[in-house]
Design a binder for this molecule. Sequence first.
Ligand code: C2E
Ligand code: CA
Ligand code: CA
Ligand code: CA
Length: 279
Amino acid sequence: ARQNRQPFAVFERDMERRVQHNLALLGDLRRALSAEGELNLVYQPVLGCEDRRVTHVEALLRWQHPHLGPIPPGDFVPILEQSSLIQPLTDWVLDRALDEIGPLWRSERIGVCINVSPQNLVGRDFVGTVREALARHNLPTDALGVELTETQLMAQDSLGPITETLRELTNAGIKVWLDDFGTGSSTLVRLQQLPATGLKIDRGFTQNLAENRRNRDLVRISVDIARLLGLEIIAEGVETKSDYDAVSVLGCDAGQGYFIARPMPVDKLVDFVRESAPE
Ligand code: C2E
Ligand code: CA
Ligand code: CA
Ligand code: CA
């Protein structure tokens, strides 16, 4: 019996520690939202498969904790999503992204996508918030896109309220991308009803395409689904030239990944855009 109880005690202690840790992180984040320079955005370009020009960029959050150092978004965004803090955080991301990418929109027509959580899309006027932010930055709706993961979307009890918001967004000209496509459990029926601009194939399926026939088939099927539904399709996690060529041949519209460019601060991005523009 003693043998059996020990692991549980350990588990309980771990859990308590984790709860404490998460609470502390939430407090730190609340502070970080009003502190200068702790939160930042980096941008990863999405490149068209045909013309190999930047179509738009994705904003990715970075948190430099004063004591713990850099904390990846995967370690704190899920905690935030359990709290009301996800709202001010997304507002912050929206405002910062429009502020930093606005000049690139004006000079090169390069817009920005932000990652949103399902909680951002229900229970408040998200479209109104977005419209206000765009107006404040003097930008049109087509300068902005939102990304929502397939898993989070399909986990909703009812897709009704979210679908409503997504429809308002797409009707307004704001792009909607279904993120990490292939890892969730969309049915074709649900996909067909989804007001979206396109799919982003999860990086789990876009690697080693020359050797991995299963991945190749999954990319091909995703492209077929996108075509069938009239959606655009981006391959995420493109890490090699060979994979970029493969997703291009398989019919993806655009690619994103370390082979093309790592996420970078806005000043580096401006250089990247200049250097990648054709003569
Ligand atoms: P995501 O939206 O799927 O973003 C792509 C992630 O893959 C990013 O990780 C990016 O740095 C990484 N990545 C890009 N290219 C490659 C590649 O070629 N190979 C590999 N192995 N990885 C690549 P990151 O920045 O750590 O973000 C992780 C996740 O955190 C994001 O996944 C997104 O779901 C979430 N996230 C990031 N920023 C925000 C935000 O502002 N708000 C919300 N709600 N979530 C965010
Ligand atoms: Ca994303
Ligand atoms: Ca993704
Ligand atoms: Ca992801």
